[in-house]
Design a protein around this ligand. Structure first.
Ligand code: SF4
Length: 86
């Protein structure tokens, strides 16, 4: 039997301009880093609000990916957010 999947937001930091619409929509997921660019935390969130954040980004910088519910990223383990663009 296949494991249940959950949605996770991913921000293309090359496209992000830091308008923070996503932060206003879903502050439990999106945070602005030290440089003012959005970062999506790997936490569970309301799928409808994730979709709203995608639609509300003027730069189309947010995408959603499906992950198995038991997948835990290294970032989620540490709770760390990147401090600069890649
Ligand atoms: S709404 Fe889009 S451009 Fe604005 S901070 Fe979020 S990801 Fe970046």
């Amino acid at each position: 039997m296949e494991a249940p999947r959950r949605l996770r937001a991913v921000v293309d930091r090359e496209e992000c301009f830091g308008f923070a619409n996503c932060v206003a929509t879903l502050p439990s997921v999106f945070v602005l880093d030290d440089e003012g660019f959005s970062h999506a935390r790997d936490v569970d969130a309301d799928p409808a609000l994730l979709e709203e954040a995608v639609e509300g980004c003027p730069r189309n910088a947010i995408s959603l990916e499906r992950r198995s519910a038991d997948a835990v990223s290294p970032e989620r383990r540490s709770g760390a957010a990147p401090s600069s663009r890649p």
